[in-house]
Write a protein that binds this ligand. Structure first.
Ligand SMILES: Cc1ncc(COP(=O)(O)O)c(C=O)c1O
Length: 445
């Protein structure tokens, strides 16, 4: 029996009415989404207000790794909410438990954390830590990087949209390209494990731009918003060696890559990267707003008391979520499921790419994959115009997908880590059907 059911073209009548009402009151400035109003969701299945059901490859935006509304997460956060909602930065039982649980789950070399509310707040905090610890102000960052939409986080990013029209960024950002194996006209991906050409260029870029004040490096283990760009094997390790060889602090931004998304609990575990600072968000609360910055105690020691705080950071409800999510990870083998299902899904998507003239690349690891669409596989010219119709077509057949990418031409494949074999197969069948329609005249572009 099929899991997803859509009765008639979207939006359904209730969704249509609600969407019209929404746009009369809230500014319509979010990205393009399938025209449905979510009513409820459980595991990997979303139900809209018209009673349509969909399989979910979005997870919000890589958030609900334990599945939507996991009963243990719901129960634990409700319990905490009934007792105490907020006490700012004062101690509470849940916060203390969450800190202990998170540190015990972190890679061994990181022994302290601090709770905040959003990923942007965590990367802002990381930039402050790098600057305070080193006494310097320059940060090496990457083209295509995304670290959030607040001032320093957007300045460290390397995508146009978070910065467009906002005047000069925070001074001291030195930006270098991120190696992209699918688009590599300069050969930055060649020559591993030394990547000599790349690191010579990096060295040169630093030399001509730096005022001798480099504090640290911030990098995503794969670039998410840029279109799920996975650097060649060994490159991140080499970057770690380069940074540490110069006494620089290395921040790895795992706001989206952590919590098993890549098939390891932490993305840095793939190459045993000794990050000095780790930023964590999204799946840490699986839908409850919480983020964290993690580091060694001696890194946090650069801050005096009172120098880091957040109105909602460490509140009892978010902290209960941190613990509940870790309980679920311990019980349900989610990281192993991510690795296993990821291999299966990538293989089938790669087979689809062979048959679809516009699907230029399928890449990823674990349950995070990007499907990059191009006008022509030889020229690789991006085809962003295919994305909206594909999102609508998939939704009309019962699959919710989202898009990203420097050129807006990449589909995000990021289901909950709880996804079952039946859900994987059915969702892949829907995608396969959509790609076939994309190649035929029936698909309106
Ligand atoms: C790698 C990375 N860093 C930071 C952020 C910002 O997180 P938030 O939207 O919670 O502020 C994101 C969000 O997508 C992200 O993917």
């Amino acid at each position: 029996m099929k899991i997803a059911h859509v009765n008639g073209p979207l939006p359904g009548p209730k969704s249509k009415q609600l969407l019209d009402r929404w746009h009369r009151y809230e500014a319509d400035v979010v990205g393009f989404q399938a025209p449905v109003v979510w009513d409820s969701a459980k595991g990997c299945v979303v139900t809209d207000v018209d009673g349509n059901t969909f399989l979910d490859w979005t997870c919000g935006v890589l958030v609900t790794n334990v599945g939507h509304c996991h009963p243990h997460l719901v129960a634990e956060t409700q319990k905490a909410a009934a007792r105490l909602l907020n006490n700012y930065e004062c101690a509470n039982v849940e916060r203390i438990a969450a800190a202990e649980r998170l540190v015990k789950a972190l890679p061994k070399h990181l022994d302290r954390c601090f709770f905040l509310s959003t990923g942007s707040e965590a990367t802002e905090a990381a930039s402050r830590l790098m600057k305070r610890k080193s006494g310097k102000y320059e940060i090496l960052c990457f083209g295509g990087g995304f670290h959030g939409r607040t001032c320093a986080s957007a300045s460290m990013g390397g995508l146009p949209s978070p910065k467009k029209g906002y005047g000069p960024p925070v001074p001291g950002m030195i930006r270098v390209p991120y190696p992209n194996p699918y688009r590599d006209p300069n050969g930055w991906c060649e020559g591993g494990p030394d990547f000599k050409k790349y690191f010579d260029f990096l060295e040169y870029t630093v030399a001509i731009n730096s005022a001798g004040n480099l504090a640290g490096v911030i990098v995503e283990p794969y670039e998410g918003a840029a279109g799920f760009i996975f650097p060649p094997k060994g490159w991140l390790k080499k970057l770690e060696q380069w940074a540490h060889g110069r006494g620089l602090l290395l921040t790895v931004d795992e706001v989206q890559a952590s919590y098993g998304r890549t098939g390891h609990m932490w993305a840095i575990e793939h190459e045993n990267i000794q990050a000095d600072i780790l930023t964590i968000g999204k799946a840490i609360g699986c839908g409850i707003p919480v983020s964290a910055v993690a580091a060694r105690a001696e890194v946090f020691a650069c801050l005096s008391k009172g120098e880091m705080s957040s109105t909602l950071g460490g509140n009892p409800v978010s902290s209960a979520a941190v613990c509940a999510v870790l309980d679920i990870y311990e019980k349900e083998n989610l990281v192993a499921n991510s690795a296993k299902m990821g291999v299966y899904m990538k293989k089938r998507l790669a087979e689809m790419a062979k048959k679809c003239k516009h699907l230029g690349d399928v890449r990823g690891m674990g349950l995070i994959m990007g499907m990059e669409f191009v006008k022509d596989k030889k020229t690789k010219e991006p085809a962003p115009e295919l994305i909206k119709p594909l999102i609508v077509d998939c939704a009309n057949h019962g699959l919710l997908i989202g898009s990203v990418g420097m050129y807006g031409n990449v589909i995000r494949v990021a289901p909950p880590l709880t996804i079952t074999q039946a859900e994987v197969d059915e969702s892949l069948d829907i995608m396969e059907g959509a790609l076939k329609r994309l190649g035929s005249q029936k698909f309106s572009v």
